[in-house]
Design a protein around this ligand. Structure first.
Ligand SMILES: C[S@@+](CC[C@H](N)C(=O)[O-])C[C@H]1O[C@@H](n2cnc3c(N)ncnc32)[C@H](O)[C@@H]1O
Length: 451
């Protein structure tokens, strides 16, 4: 191992690089999510923070770095093995964006090539990184000639954002590359936002409230919540402020029966229960049994109860055929609103995914609508910023469903101080990253005419 391989803080430089490379290669080569890939890469505890930071950074800025890597390697991107792609992204990320001394970044990445079983590529990686240091300005300028490089997003997504949000696309692209803040939700059953803020401050974690999300606190600096007493003792959860709008928009009232049709891991279901203790029942349904088990865990931590069901929202008999006064459909989507938290989405999502996702969203909406009691409200939500999954789904549904009324405007009065809306508006409420300081989200509130 070279001299630069051991860094301050006791972490082994090459080992953390190797873990980052393994994780990035699993995303690029096998299509795994970064969360799953990082767990599979199994960094030692001391290496984990750096491995995580490098993997996130390499994927976040990877579309820019990929253009540089392709020039340096003199080969098309697809001609490089996933491990080599990952070594180049992790290496270049450190040189262009990292704080480690350049020689240490190069030597530890070359050492990492051997640790991940790509020793034969060590020479190529070494040559590419050293040439980058010599020719940096010209290489970066060439990469930035295309928007894919400048924005570090895949071309298809840049085009889709420019088409859907001509005025705001650049703000969205820039916000996607930022480090997201840690946002907590105070559990109204056990504390208040002000009391939680005081408790956090006393623990050395100052925070600030979000004006339009009454339970939300943004921490000044990230912290591992798994070590935080208010989290462990169920006084708060981790949830972006945009996701905290679902419960007030749903507006569930005492005595009502609520269905959260796509509920796992239970973030929004738990918020609905915290906000309204007097519900007749909340059914938290999810297709994925493993994910449904996480709803039960979260309910337990927060001291809440619900009927948790592993089943298909398309099945009208699950869990029974009785109507619901409120239905939340937090539909499976492209996740293009949460790229700042999940930079792997830039790599995993394909343009061909959007049509089938929208078809599934339309299908879920059509299947759930008849289960809504007359006079009841259904909230359709996604963490996508693409029109095809949002306004277009709702426009088609409203056109085909005379009994449905779009009440998003009046429901939004329950959340005063909302950030500015982008244009063109269309039905529903859109939050774009970069405009609101939140993740990107979409909500449409639909009521069923009583007669
Ligand atoms: C966006 S996530 C839900 C997040 C959740 N509402 C929260 O706030 O924690 C979408 C969920 O829909 C579930 N899902 C997808 N298709 C489904 C179906 N046909 N029936 C029920 N759940 C489904 C997925 O398993 C996934 O957990």
């Amino acid at each position: 191992m070279s001299a630069g391989a051991r860094e301050a803080g006791g972490t082994t430089g090459a080992a953390s690089r190797a873990a980052a490379v393994r994780a990035v290669a699993l995303v690029l080569g096998r299509g795994q999510t970064l969360e799953v890939a990082l767990a599979a890469a199994e960094p030692a505890a001391a290496d984990r923070p750096l491995a995580q930071a490098l993997a996130f950074g390499a994927l976040r800025f990877g579309h820019r770095l990929k253009r540089i890597a392709t020039t340096l390697a003199g080969r098309p991107w697809q001609g490089l093995a996933a491990e080599v792609q990952a070594l180049l992204l992790v290496g270049l990320f450190q040189l262009e964006y990292g704080a480690a001394p350049e020689h240490a970044a190069v030597s530890t990445t070359v050492d990492a090539a051997r640790l991940v079983g790509a020793g034969r590529a060590a020479g190529l990686v070494n040559a590419c990184l050293r040439r980058f240091l010599r020719e940096r300005a010209a290489l970066v300028a060439a990469a930035d000639q295309k928007l894919e490089g400048r924005s570090s997003h895949p071309e298809w997504l840049v085009a889709a954002l420019k088409r859907d949000w001509p005025a705001e696309a650049w703000q969205v692209l820039e916000a996607d590359n930022e480090h997201p803040p840690l946002v907590l939700r105070a559990n109204a059953r056990r504390t208040t936002r002000a009391a939680l803020a005081e408790e956090l401050a006393a623990l050395g974690h100052p925070s600030r409230p979000v004006p339009f999300a009454p339970a939300a606190l943004v921490l000044d600096a990230p912290v591992d919540v798994r070590r935080l007493p208010p989290f462990l003792e169920g006084r708060c959860s981790v949830q972006d402020a945009a996701a905290q709008l679902a419960a007030p928009l749903l507006g569930a009232r005492p005595g009502e029966r609520v269905l959260d049709a796509c509920a796992a891991p239970g973030g929004k279901a738990c918020h609905v229960l915290e906000a309204e203790p007097g519900l007749a029942e909340l059914v938290a349904l999810d297709l994925d049994a493993d994910r449904a088990a996480r709803i039960t865990q979260n309910l337990g931590r927060l001291g809440l109860s619900a009927t948790v069901v592993a089943g298909d929202a398309l099945d009208p008999a699950v869990p029974d055929a009785r109507p619901f006064e409120r239905i939340l459909l937090d539909a499976p989507c492209s996740g293009t609103g949460v790229i700042r938290r999940h930079p792997d989405i830039k790599w995993l999502r394909r343009p061909a995914d959007i049509g089938p996702l929208a078809a599934r969203q339309r299908e879920l909406l059509a299947a759930l609508w008849p289960r809504l009691a007359p006079g009841g409200r259904l909230v359709y939500a996604t963490c996508s910023v693409l029109r095809a999954e949002n306004a277009a789904v709702i426009e088609a549904f409203l056109a085909a469903t005379p009994a449905a009324v779009d009440v998003t405007e009046s429901a939004s009065l329950a959340v005063p101080g909302l950030p500015p809306r982008p244009t063109p508006a269309g039905p529903g409420l859109v939050l774009l990253p970069g405009l609101a300081g939140t993740d990107g989200f979409y909500y449409a509130c639909l009521e069923r005419r009583a007669h």
